[in-house]
Write a protein that binds this ligand. Structure first.
Ligand SMILES: [Fe+2]
Length: 166
């Protein structure tokens, strides 16, 4: 698929985000299962529901424009997920693993925040009002998820400090 115009670029970016969300959705149950601290597990599980709805909203944009989604896989997110999994496997202390889970999820969240910010600004410049409001609402959800993770860090850090000593 050629990408020549800003409109092509908009759909190119959306395809990457769609693939990212799809891969993230598949990885979230495994991450939630690894979380020892119930609020962290709840946050990851809640984000899985949001991710499912975000995927549907992205799919609806392609349908409305009669565009193909294609099968391109976001290699960036594939690498982020694989990298996180490999690091999580190295942690034996559950409390420290929880802290690492927040680090892993934060990396993914900020990839999404960057991607949605770019896509949102392209939608605005292309005069796509419906897409602008969809992307704005998804971006707000991603920002809230990132803040929610960050808010858990002090408690997780404290537990990891204590757990690491036992
Ligand atoms: Fe997302």
């Amino acid at each position: 698929m050629n990408t020549n115009t800003p409109r092509d670029l908009f759909f190119d970016q959306l395809r990457d985000l769609h693939s990212a969300e799809s891969q993230i959705l598949s990885s979230l149950p495994g991450l939630a299962a690894r979380a020892a601290y119930p609020p962290l597990c709840a946050l990851i599980t809640e984000h899985a529901g949001q991710t499912r709805r975000q995927l549907e909203m992205l799919t609806s944009v392609f349908q409305r424009h009669g565009m193909e989604l294609g099968n391109d896989k976001s290699k960036a997110v594939e690498g982020l997920i694989a990298g996180g999994d490999a690091h999580l496997d190295q942690v034996e202390v559950p409390q420290t693993r929880d802290l690492m889970l927040t680090a892993h999820c934060a990396r993914i969240e900020h990839y999404e925040i960057a991607g949605y910010g770019v896509a949102l600004r392209l939608a605005q410049r292309l005069g796509l009002q419906e897409e602008t409001s969809i992307l704005e609402s998804i971006l707000q959800e991603e920002l809230a998820a990132a803040h929610g993770l960050e808010a858990l860090e002090p408690a997780l850090f404290q537990m990891a400090m204590e757990g690491g000593l036992n």
